[in-house]
Design a protein around this ligand. Structure first.
Ligand SMILES: N[C@@H](CCC(=O)N[C@@H](CS)C(=O)NCC(=O)O)C(=O)O
Length: 227
């Protein structure tokens, strides 16, 4: 198939792309990347030097960076009538803003927690983890406030920004649970988890959760270590 997604079933940014593919009704060939394998890592770095995933390859054209991948997919491959970024310029700016906010203030501090757990005990950095925790709590408040009167993060349509919200929040709450007072955010989290594209993406990750460094924080409905 001309359209290939290099991905890993556990990766939060790959979840963002998988949710978008599902929403846009696009089939891709999925190539599972094991960056722990030096040969695969070198081949991946040769394709795109940041070494990050997901990476889309469309008939030889390399498309990096998840938000750009999603915009590219919408422009070139989406099923008729499917959209994640609205045509209206003002509404599109709002969607891109919330996409950035989830990537920078939820995904990044969530990843900082994972990175810390992956380090040898002696190299752990409690100051960076405390900063990441504070940033997540700030973001929870920001998102909770934005959700007043909205079903999805920018309104009544599920967009690119919700694709970023679902995996970033899914993993973030394993490290910093939602405070009880963030009721709108808690309800939004449940709406996201019930969305079929998100539920299917979580489902494909289920066999891999036993390797997720923050698995102790995963709710039992997602991961039961005894099962
Ligand atoms: N800015 C990138 C971030 C992607 C990213 O952080 N991907 C992680 C997986 S969730 C990754 O590739 N990690 C492997 C590494 O850094 O070596 C995007 O939006 O696609």
């Amino acid at each position: 198939m001309a359209l290939t997604l290099h991905y890993h079933p556990l990766s939060s940014y790959c979840h963002k792309a998988l949710i978008a593919l599902d929403e846009l009704g696009i089939q891709v060939e999925k190539k599972l990347l094991n960056l722990g394998d030096p040969t695969e890592r070198d081949a991946h770095l040769a394709l795109w030097p940041t070494g990050k995933m997901p990476l889309l390859v469309d008939d030889g054209r390399v498309v990096p960076e998840t938000s750009i991948i999603i915009e590219y997919l919408q422009r070139h491959h989406a099923r008729e009538g499917r959209r994640l970024i609205p045509d209206d310029a003002g509404a599109a700016l709002d969607v891109r803003l919330w996409d950035r906010l989830f990537d920078l203030y939820v995904m990044t501090p969530m990843q900082a927690h994972t990175s810390d757990l992956l380090r040898p005990e002696a190299d752990r950095d409690p100051i960076s983890v405390a900063e990441a925790r504070a940033r997540l709590l700030m973001a929870y408040e920001l998102v909770d406030r934005q959700l007043a009167g909205r079903t999805w993060i920018t309104g009544e349509a599920f967009t690119l920004a919700d694709c970023a919200a679902a995996p970033s929040l899914f993993y973030a709450v394993t490290y910093v649970p939602l405070p009880a007072e963030r009721r709108q955010l808690a309800a939004y989290f449940e709406r996201l988890m019930a969305r079929p594209s998100v539920a299917r993406t979580v489902e494909q990750a289920r066999p891999f959760f036993k390797w997720y460094p923050g698995r102790a924080g995963l709710a039992k409905r997602f991961f039961d270590p005894a099962a």
